[in-house]
Design a binder for this molecule. Structure first.
Ligand SMILES: Cc1ncc(COP(=O)(O)O)c(C=O)c1O
Length: 416
């Protein structure tokens, strides 16, 4: 018998019953059960039975306004986008069955990267299978042993996981705190490689990073900068390039990470850069090399959508109107909000606790409105949030209806 296999005549401590590997989740299971025991519908198990448009779906047999999809620019039902996907499905088949570095690079992947280079006016673009993998891959590959990654404490899980996959030292700083970032950077030993990872919009509260000051401090301290623009691409900035564009620092950042799963309206992730050696990433970045590439229909829809977003200024203006109207209306009703004014297309409504949050979530759904319930540990400061994400396809009347639903549900649950 091979070494390491436990045999019957071995001492009891070796043959004794192993702990259930799931026991580490017991507290979490109990918390979830306590919410379900109140009779509330499971907020993390909603099924969209039919999707009618970027802003409407049938949920529990009822037409529902969607206010929690991150479909900011409403591209999922754009006729040109859909047609491009259908054509690619017919011409190239349903999937590539391979990695980008073997049989998985089709004409469509190149066209999608061309569209991204044009969209950002940058030299290099690399498409990943998801935004999660883009962060995982780029962060873990460029920051190696002896290097330092300095990141905002409220960074997205994919950024933390990119740090965990790599071998660099990880140094978090207080959320959006310019002085804390500077202090951390100054403490890094001289001569060490430094990567600062920031987000344009933080998705829990919908607040924007002070990138202008932060990028200046990074440059003064010799750090490379990566900005995740997942929640700002397509919407923020004159050309929709994100908060980096809006705050005038796009030429100073080294890498922009983004996703196709929000404004672009499909699935996938990317990194754009002007670094002259960037193309080597295609051979050394494991989450790019060791996974199958996106299906041809997906990259065709993404490329078409990105090209249309370049000309989306009217939609961007309408989305800002929606966001400001919803923020002002909710504040007037007496709800406590995550930001003092609308800073992005995410408006976070702060709930007193998880039970009230889940009750309010269900009350909204019963009235025909879907929002996201967010709870610790995903949220900062242990907050329970109802996160609303607006879409450029929401009409003014829909925003008014949303506010009426919030008012009725908020009064019924006793939050306002
Ligand atoms: C800031 C941020 N980065 C990355 C991602 C991952 O994107 P994807 O859905 O493409 O994996 C998300 C998704 O929610 C995100 O919010």
């Amino acid at each position: 018998m091979s070494e390491g296999i436990i045999q019957a005549d071995q001492p009891p401590e070796l043959t004794g019953e192993s702990p259930d590997l799931f026991s580490k989740f017991d507290d979490f299971i109990a918390m979830r059960q306590s919410v379900l025991d109140t009779g509330i519908e499971d907020p993390f198990n909603l099924v969209m039975e039919k999707v009618l448009s970027p802003t409407r779906a049938i949920c529990n047999g009822r037409e529902t306004i969607l206010l929690g999809t991150y479909n900011y620019m409403g591209m999922t039902f754009d006729p040109d986008v859909i047609e491009a996907g259908k054509q690619a499905l017919t011409d190239f088949g349903s999937g590539t069955t391979g990695s980008r570095v073997l049989n998985g690079t089709y004409q469509g992947h190149r066209e999608c990267e061309d569209a991204l280079r044009e969209f950002y006016a940058m030299d290099h673009a690399m498409v990943f299978s998801t935004g999660y993998q883009a962060n995982l891959g780029i962060i873990s590959t460029i920051a190696g042993k002896g290097d330092y990654v300095v990141l905002d404490i409220d960074s997205h899980a994919s950024i933390w996981d990119g740090c965990a996959l790599g071998n660099a030292e990880v140094v978090p700083f207080k959320h959006n705190d310019v002085a804390a970032l500077e202090k951390r950077l100054k403490r890094i030993p001289a001569g060490a490689g430094k990567l600062v990872v920031l987000e344009g919009v933080y998705s829990m509260l919908g607040d924007v990073a002070p990138l202008k000051e932060m990028v200046r401090i990074c440059k003064e301290n010799g750090a490379m900068v990566l900005v995740d623009e997942a929640h700002s691409m397509g919407f923020i900035g004159e050309h929709g390039r994100g908060v980096c564009e809006d705050q005038g620092v796009i030429d100073d950042v080294d890498f922009i990470i983004g996703t196709f799963s929000k404004s672009v309206g499909t699935v996938g992730g990317f990194c754009v850069s002007n670094h002259p050696k960037f193309e080597i990433m295609r051979l050394v970045c494991r989450p790019y090399v060791f996974t199958a590439s996106l299906p041809p229909s997906v990259v065709a829809t993404a490329a078409t959508s990105i090209r249309k977003l370049m000309h989306g200024s009217n939609k961007r203006a309408h989305l800002w109107e929606n966001s400001r109207n919803l923020h002002a209306g909710l504040r007037e009703l007496g709800f406590s909000l995550g930001t003092p004014e609308a800073q992005s297309a995410i408006i976070a409504v702060i709930m007193p606790d998880l039970e009230k949050g889940a009750t309010m979530w269900e009350a909204l759904l019963k009235e025909g409105l879907y929002v996201n319930l967010a709870r610790p540990p995903a949220t900062p400061a242990n907050m329970t949030l109802l996160r609303c994400s607006l879409c450029a396809e929401h009409s003014e009347e829909e925003v008014a209806t949303i506010l009426q639903i919030f008012e009725r549900a908020g009064k019924a649950v006793g939050i306002i």
